[in-house]
Design a protein around this ligand. Structure first.
Ligand code: AMP
Length: 300
C-alpha cells in the first residue's frame, strides 16, 4: 500500500513551565511522517525555505520518507510557530505563527503521489487540504487532523474536508470546539454525523476513544510520569496509526485496534523529549517493547 502525508514542516519555539527551546524542527507533517516511517515508507507533501536544516532532510531520507513532494523555496523562510504550555500539558497557547513559504503554497503533486491508498491531511489550512484532495484519485482511506486555529478561522472549508474524510483525529478540546458539546461521547457521535466513518478522540494521558457508527473502543495511554514537550503527540499518534494500517493492508476492526495502540506508543515517545529528538533516536525494538507493555496492562 502507500501513504501520502500533507502538512506543515516547521520551526517551532516551545516554552514549557520548566524549559524553552528556540527554532527547533517541528511541524505536523514532520512528526507524522517520522512516526509512520517505523511501519511504512510515507511520501510527504510540504514546503520549506532555504533555511530548513539539511540534516533533518537527511534524517527523513534515512528513515525511508519520500521527499519528492517537499518543495524547497530558494531564499524562502520556513513556516514558524511559537507555542507555550502551562502546567497542564494538554493546554497550550499559540504565541506567534508566521506562515512564510506556506502563505501561497499550491502543491502540485508528483505523478507517483497521485494514487495513494491512504491520504493523511495532517494539520494545515483546510483550503490546502482540499487542494491536495482534488489532485488524487479517490484513495481507499482519507484521514484528517486540524487544530483550534482552523476550527475558529476556516470552519466552512474544514467542514467540506470533513465530509470527504474517513477518519478524523481530534483531541478533546478540538472535539468540544467543533461540536459545542462538553460530553465527549456525545461530541464523538455528533462528529460521526458530519462525514467520517471513524472518529479518533485523543484524551492525552487518559487514552483514546475510537467511535464508529455502531461501536466504541477505548484504549489506555502509556502511563508516563513526566512530559518534557507535548508538541507533536497528536501528529505522531496519527502518523503511527496510519503507517501501521498501511503496512497491515486492511482496515478491519482488529487492525484499527492495533493501529490505535501503536499511535499511543509513538505519541508517548515523542513527549519524552523536545521536538523530534526522541523520534530520531527511536528503535523498532523500543516500539515493540512498549506495545507489549500496553497490551499487558490493558488486558483483563
Ligand atoms: P500537535 O502538537 O500534534 O498538535 O502539532 C504540533 C505541530 O503543529 C507543531 O510542530 C507546529 O509546527 C504545528 N503547527 C502549529 N500551528 C499550526 C498551524 N496553524 N498550521 C499547521 N501546523 C501548525
Amino acid at each position: 500500500m502507500s501513504l501520502v502525508i500533507v502538512g506543515s514542516v516547521a520551526f517551532d519555539t516551545i516554552e514549557t513551565p520548566e524549559d524553552r527551546r528556540e527554532r527547533i524542527v517541528g511541524g505536523s507533517c514532520t512528526y507524522s511522517a517520522l512516526a509512520a516511517s517505523f511501519f511504512t515508507r510515507p511520501k510527504i507533501v510540504g514546503i520549506v525555505g532555504e533555511d530548513f536544516p539539511k540534516e533533518t532532510a537527511a534524517l527523513m531520507k534515512r528513515r525511508g520518507i519520500d521527499l519528492k513532494g517537499l518543495k524547497i523555496v530558494p531564499g524562502g523562510k520556513t513556516f514558524y510557530w511559537e507555542g507555550r504550555y502551562g502546567d497542564d500539558p494538554n493546554q497550550r497557547d499559540t504565541m506567534r505563527l508566521d506562515l512564510n513559504v506556506f502563505g501561497d503554497f499550491q502543491p502540485n503533486l508528483p505523478p507517483s503521489y497521485r494514487k495513494p491508498d491512504i491520504l493523511f491531511l495532517a494539520n494545515i489550512g483546510p483550503s490546502l487540504q482540499e487542494h491536495v484532495l482534488s489532485q488524487v484519485a479517490r484513495p481507499r482511506l482519507v484521514a484528517m487532523d486540524t487544530i483550534r486555529h482552523y476550527i475558529e478561522t476556516e470552519p466552512e472549508s474544514l467542514d467540506r474536508v470533513l465530509r470527504k474524510t474517513d477518519i478524523y483525529f481530534a483531541n478533546d478540546e478540538e472535539a468540544r470546539l467543533m461540536t459545542g458539546e462538553r460530553n465527549l461521547i456525545r461530541a464523538g457521535r455528533l462528529l460521526l454525523e458530519r462525514g467520517p466513518r471513524l472518529v479518533v478522540l485523543k484524551k492525552g494521558e487518559h487514552g483514546v476513544l475510537v467511535f464508529k457508527k455502531d461501536s466504541l473502543f477505548a484504549f489506555v495511554a502509556h502511563p508516563c510520569d513526566g512530559v518534557v514537550d507535548p508538541t507533536g503527540a497528536g501528529d505522531s499518534f496519527a502518523g503511527a496509526f496510519l503507517g501501521y494500517l498501511d503496512r497491515a493492508g486492511d482496515f478491519r476492526a482488529s487492525s484499527i485496534r492495533r493501529a490505535a495502540v501503536y499511535g499511543s506508543v509513538l505519541a508517548s515517545f515523542t513527549i519524552e523529549d523536545f521536538g523530534i529528538e526522541r523520534l530520531a533516536a527511536l528503535k523498532k525494538s523500543d516500539i515493540e517493547g512498549r506495545f507489549a507493555y500496553l497490551k499487558k496492562i490493558a488486558s483483563i
